[in-house]
Write a protein that binds this ligand. Structure first.
Ligand code: NAG
Ligand code: NAG
Ligand code: NAG
Ligand code: NAG
Length: 311
């Protein structure tokens, strides 16, 4: 179907130069552009053994920013939020960039350029609003913007800036995002920086509610849990006692709702009040996959051969 977009020129700020650049979002000449939405083929490098997780259905998005791929996301159009994001860890340096939130034009216009672009000031194109979450969904809600691929797991400025796209974000309670989930991200950072010798592949996703799922404005589905797992096949064998189980794989599930039952993740009643009920439970990859199978009703495999195969 041929859709002609109302926006032709979109002005973006390049983070490197701060220059306003006129970006042709859609002209006849761009039609041959390789699609970034609908196919993981251009960004298989973000998956261990080029093997995206199996068992979850959604819209693949190769997350392109400044003409480079930075990570991959499996997006769900109905939920207007991702199932997971997959990325390569690199030891971070520098500060978190000032958030400039972006969207994925190809979700609204399949023939648009594949680079993510910052939301314009003022009203957002209606097809963009229909096709994905927008800033208004989160503003004044009781949920924060929870990165699946977090800015703090990356070294380069562009890798970091590229995580600020709403297709990489789910509604996350502040008690999780600023509490136990952030601690998890920092723990993974310290562990991988210290003992992972080669690539570390990380996949972070969500577990939906079984019933009575909350939504933001009837548009964006809120997850009950977040999960994360990494695969670091090449690591330092002289691990301290407490990290013996942390390689080559490791996984965790975090609560996003204080009222959830404690079957998957128990609650520490001694935690600080603002973080109580948002616990994160560390577990082996196989245990995570068991919970995913339970909730999704199908076998979910996060890494090729559980990250144990030699490739
Ligand atoms: C958010 O809430 C504040 C304070 O109630 C209000 O001034 C502002 O207009 C609201 N913003 C939006 C986008 O609803
Ligand atoms: C991540 O780990 C590196 C290496 O240990 C450290 O220098 C850095 O401060 C850590 N960053 C965060 C945000 O924890
Ligand atoms: C492995 O870890 C040990 C103990 O922390 C350290 O002494 C050694 O230098 C590390 N080896 C490599 C290759 O990083
Ligand atoms: C948890 O349950 C209480 C009591 O039923 C309710 O008031 C509150 O809104 C619930 N919290 C969430 C995050 O759903």
């Amino acid at each position: 179907i041929w859709i002609s977009p109302p926006f032709v020129n979109l002005y973006i700020m390049t983070p490197l130069h701060g220059l306003a650049v006129a970006l042709l979002a859609f002209t006849g000449g761009w039609i041959l552009c390789r699609a970034d939405v609908g196919d993981f083929t251009p960004c298989l490098q973000f998956f261990y053994n080029s093997w995206p997780p199996k068992g979850l259905a959604g819209t693949p998005v190769c997350q392109r920013f400044c003409n480079q791929y930075h990570f991959a996301t499996l997006y769900n159009r109905q939920r207007r939020s991702p199932w997971f994001s997959a990325y390569l860890y690199s030891v971070p340096t520098g500060k978190r960039p000032k958030a400039s939130w972006k969207f994925e034009p190809q979700l609204a216009y399949p023939a648009a350029d594949g680079n993510m672009i910052p939301f314009p000031p003022g009203p957002v194109d209606q097809n963009v609003v229909e096709s994905q979450a927008v800033e208004l969904d989160y503003i004044n809600s009781t949920y924060t913007r929870g990165h699946l691929n977090p800015s703090l797991h990356h070294q380069s400025h562009e890798d970091r800036a590229s995580t600020f796209t709403l297709t990489n974000v789910v509604p996350q309670k502040a008690g999780s995002n600023d509490g136990p989930w952030e601690v998890l991200e920092q723990t993974i950072n310290e562990t991988l920086a210290a003992y992972c010798l080669g690539e570390a592949y990380i996949v972070t996703g969500i577990i939906p509610y079984q019933q009575d799922e909350p939504w933001l404005h009837n548009r964006v589905a809120v997850p009950e849990y977040l999960w994360s797992a990494y695969c670091c096949p090449n690591y330092n064998n002289s691990l301290p006692q407490e990290l013996q189980e942390a390689f080559p794989t490791y996984a965790a599930i975090g609560r996003n709702d204080r009222n959830s039952t404690e079957e998957i993740v128990p609650v520490d009643k001694t935690a600080k009040k603002e973080f109580m009920g948002y616990d994160v439970r560390q577990m082996p990859l196989a245990t995570l996959e068991m919970y995913l199978k339970d909730r999704f009703g199908t076998l979910v495999s996060v890494f090729y051969e559980q990250c144990t195969g030699s490739v």
